[in-house]
Design a protein around this ligand. Structure first.
Ligand code: ZN
Length: 250
């Protein structure tokens, strides 16, 4: 028997299939990631208006059938289209990167309420004018943490002593950090202590105070390189949006 349900959803991606249909990937609040077939969506613009664009927050009316695991999108009503993201190139690229990361991290049918909430916070912050690099650094720190892959940022992962060095060494595959006494044994990358302290702040701080920490461009670049390496190495793939970002300018 077919059932119809309304999902609070964020569009992660859209792919063409056949002449007129689309497959839309949603991160839903209650059921995690789902892929829906939107019949005729490419021909009938009117039916879905402009709802089926990446990072749109919408209510998706979805039909499913107990005998198969296919989902069909019947209707969609936009809650927030985040227009300020689409009309600014830097915002657009960063948001594209973040939805791609969420798509990679989330498995279909696995509840991801905290990631849904984090992504909505991120899109809302970008759209209301927060710095695109800072927002994205915070988002990527928290996403890694929610996925369980942010290692301890306080102690050397070998000798467990507290990290106080000016330059911190880390393993670009696991993200684990090392003090100056343990660093020689591994093939490690480097970042400044300010970048490490910033990552600690972004992991722990509440949303209402998260933008209080101001960082300089070299700390932003160090933190960016750390997060990019760990996300890509743990996922064993690189989001294609990274090709559009040669160098971050903070
Ligand atoms: Zn150590």
């Amino acid at each position: 028997m077919a059932t119809t349900k309304v999902y609070d959803s964020i569009v992660l991606g859209v792919t063409d299939i056949g002449e007129s249909d689309l497959i839309v990937t949603f991160l839903t609040k209650d059921s995690g990631k789902i892929k829906c077939i939107a019949k005729g969506a490419r021909k009938s613009i009117k039916r879905f208006m402009n709802a089926l664009e990446p990072f749109t927050h919408l209510n998706a009316v979805v039909r499913s059938n107990a005998r198969s695991d296919l989902f069909f999108l019947e209707n969609a009503s936009v809650k927030d289209g985040f227009e300020a993201i689409r009309t600014n190139y830097n915002n657009f690229v960063m948001a594209s990167l973040c939805v791609e990361l969420v798509d990679f991290w989330c498995k279909e049918g696995q509840k991801e309420q905290t990631i849904h909430r984090l992504l909505l916070w991120y899109l809302g912050s970008l759209a209301s004018g927060a710095n695109h690099i800072l927002c994205t650094l915070i988002f990527k720190t928290r996403l890694l943490d929610l996925c369980g892959f942010l290692p301890s940022l306080y102690r050397c992962s070998q000798c467990t002593s507290e990290i106080t060095d000016h330059i911190v060494h880390y393993n670009p595959v696991s993200g684990q950090i090392y003090c100056k006494n343990c660093r020689d044994t591994k093939k490690l990358y480097k970042m400044g202590i300010v970048a490490l302290k910033s990552l600690q702040f972004w992991q722990r701080q509440s949303e209402d105070k998260i933008f209080r920490l101001k960082i300089n461009s070299s700390a932003a670049e160090d933190a960016w390189n750390y997060l990019k390496a760990v996300h890509c190495n743990v996922l064993e793939k690189q989001p294609k949006t990274y090709n559009l970002i040669d160098k971050i300018v903070y």
